[in-house]
Design a protein around this ligand. Structure first.
Ligand code: PLP
Length: 233
């Protein structure tokens, strides 16, 4: 079932990325597709791998662990994209290649410490910024983000590859572009102070992919458009 669905949906999503990139004068190869399988069975992940998708994302550590066990740790790059509790950091580090959702200094410190103590080298992370300013959303507050991000980037066990944000659920193009544009500006400000921070921008979901690509996204996290609606747990 997921295999049949992806035959239709994957070309559509790739095409949407290509069109948005072309419209912005960007190379579509700069935009990585992270397929978000949360809320779908492991068959969704297996079908995605079969279809040639190289990046899978989950928003909960437990579900990530399950999927990794069934799909294979080495078969794709695994992305942890949801809020991470500090006590789950060791597990998250074992089963993911990139954590998108480092949303506080305390969490960053924990990751750095676990990485150092475990001899894991520098762990690849993105710092999540709440550029929409919505109270319900996680991430560093945008007003003081630059200082907090600079402090976080100092931690010895982290390799900060870039930033991540989530937009409000709206079709208002101006709101979306503003939310994503803020993340790009913050990345540029951060890198002018710390050139060793990476340039990744994880932004864009099913509802707002074109706006995110227009504002410079390098990783879109797509669930619904690929796998259909999920039954929310
Ligand atoms: C669920 C989720 C997505 C994917 O959302 P869709 O709207 O289904 O594409 C992307 N990012 C995060 C952090 C998510 O939790």
């Amino acid at each position: 079932m997921y295999r049949d669905r992806l035959r239709e949906t994957l070309p559509r999503v790739r095409d949407a990325i290509a069109r948005a990139a072309a419209a912005a004068g960007r190379d579509p190869g700069e935009v990585r597709l992270v397929a978000v399988t949360k809320g779908h069975p492991v068959e969704a992940g297996l079908a995605a791998v079969e279809a040639g998708i190289a990046d899978l994302g989950e928003n909960r550590v437990g579900e990530l662990e399950e999927k990794v066990a069934r799909v294979g740790r080495e078969r794709v790059r695994w992305h942890m994209i949801g809020h991470l509790q500090r006590r789950k950091v060791p597990t998250a580090l074992a089963v993911s290649d990139l954590i998108h959702s480092v949303d506080s200094i305390r969490l960053a410190q924990r990751i750095s410490r676990v990485a150092e103590e475990g001899g894991l080298g520098r762990v690849a992370v993105l710092l999540q910024v709440n550029t929409s300013g919505e109270a319900a959303k996680g991430g560093f507050a945008p007003e003081r983000a630059l200082e907090a991000l600079l402090e976080t980037a100092e931690l010895p066990g982290l390799e900060v590859r870039g930033l991540m944000t989530m937009a409000p659920l709206t079709d208002d193009e101006l709101v979306l572009r503003t939310t994503f544009g803020r993340l790009r500006e913050l990345r540029d400000a951060l890198r002018s102070r710390r050139p060793d921070v990476g340039g990744e921008l994880s932004m864009g979901m099913t509802n707002d992919l074109p706006s995110a690509v227009a504002e410079g996204s390098t990783m879109v996290r797509i669930g619904t458009a690929l796998f259909g609606e999920r039954s929310e747990a």
